[in-house]
Ligand binder design. Structure first.
Ligand code: NAP
Length: 248
């Protein structure tokens, strides 16, 4: 059966690397994005040129109607969903907790937490044997921030990843007997654009000496682990976490 994958935030960074690698391994891929149509198009074009199947769908995962439209588009254009990578995530300018306001907290939690819950819900409705599906796999992209806390940078972001860890544990148990595995990766310091959102594009150069392996990671190193968790090679693994953080 064809494997059909939704990667949220597939236009850039870890999501783009995951979409490309998944296509190489035979998945038909939906590249979701929000603000970067050209980047999403580039990912899709490279997959199609390589002989794969992919579509790009603009949708803000924090908005319920957008999520419904995203998954309906996949149903219509790619077929039966078998995999979800809950990857899209944001962080904002580096601040202490005593400088955060409700508007920012709501933006971060809406994108990182509500968005992942809504996408997981739509995936379960399609994959669970309880709903007549054939099963599947979900990988949530958490962060080592969930256990480090990101003091002085973005504790709100770290807390949103803590919520993703709890989602992973709880949902894995809810759907384990319905043919769906749910796992998470916790990347450390990975070279992507996300650090610019925090106001420090070269953040990894500052922090990498604190990593036991003495370097930042590449997006493809995260993608390889995600693809393993999605694959049949991880058939007895659910509710699990893999840190991809050079020992941090
Ligand atoms: P990135 O380069 O900034 O890319 C973020 C992606 O998410 C983009 O494709 C973006 O789409 C999309 N996105 C953001 N908000 C969205 C929304 N509301 N709806 C749909 N798409 C949305 O980030 P990254 O570093 O690859 O991060 C990917 C994931 O890894 C995130 O969950 C992040 O928290 C996690 N992570 C990253 C690191 C790291 O060091 N990089 C470490 C730990 C965890 P547009 O391009 O269209 O805006």
């Amino acid at each position: 059966m064809a494997q059909v994958l939704v990667v949220t935030g597939g236009s850039r960074g870890i999501g783009a690397a995951t979409a490309r690698l998944a296509a190489e391994r035979g998945y038909a891929v939906c590249v979701n994005y929000l603000h970067s149509p050209a980047a999403a198009r580039e990912v899709v074009d490279s997959i199609v040129q390589g002989g794969g199947r992919a579509i790009a769908v603009a949708a803000d995962i924090s908005l319920e109607d957008d999520v419904l439209r995203l998954f309906q588009t996949v149903d219509e254009q790619l077929g039966t969903l078998t995999a979800l990578v809950n990857n899209a995530g944001i962080l904002e300018q580096q601040r202490r907790v005593d400088e955060l306001d409700a508007a920012r907290l709501n933006r971060v939690f809406a994108a990182n937490v509500t968005g992942s819950f809504l996408c997981a819900r739509e995936a379960v409705k399609r994959m669970s044997t309880k709903y007549g599906g054939v099963g599947g796999a979900i990988v949530n992209v958490s962060s080592v921030a969930a256990r480090l806390g990101s003091p002085g940078e973005y504790v709100d972001y770290a807390a949103s990843k803590g919520a993703i860890d709890s989602l992973t544990i709880g949902l894995a148990k809810e759907v384990a007997a319905e043919g769906i595995r749910v796992n998470a990766v916790r990347p450390g310091f990975i070279y992507t654009d996300i650090h610019a959102s925090g106001g420090e594009p070269d953040r990894i150069e500052r922090v990498k000496s604190a990593v036991p392996m003495q370097r930042g990671g590449q997006a493809v190193e995260v993608a390889q682990t995600i693809l393993w968790l999605l694959s049949a090679e991880a058939s007895y693994t659910t509710g699990s976490f893999i840190d991809i953080a050079g020992g941090k």
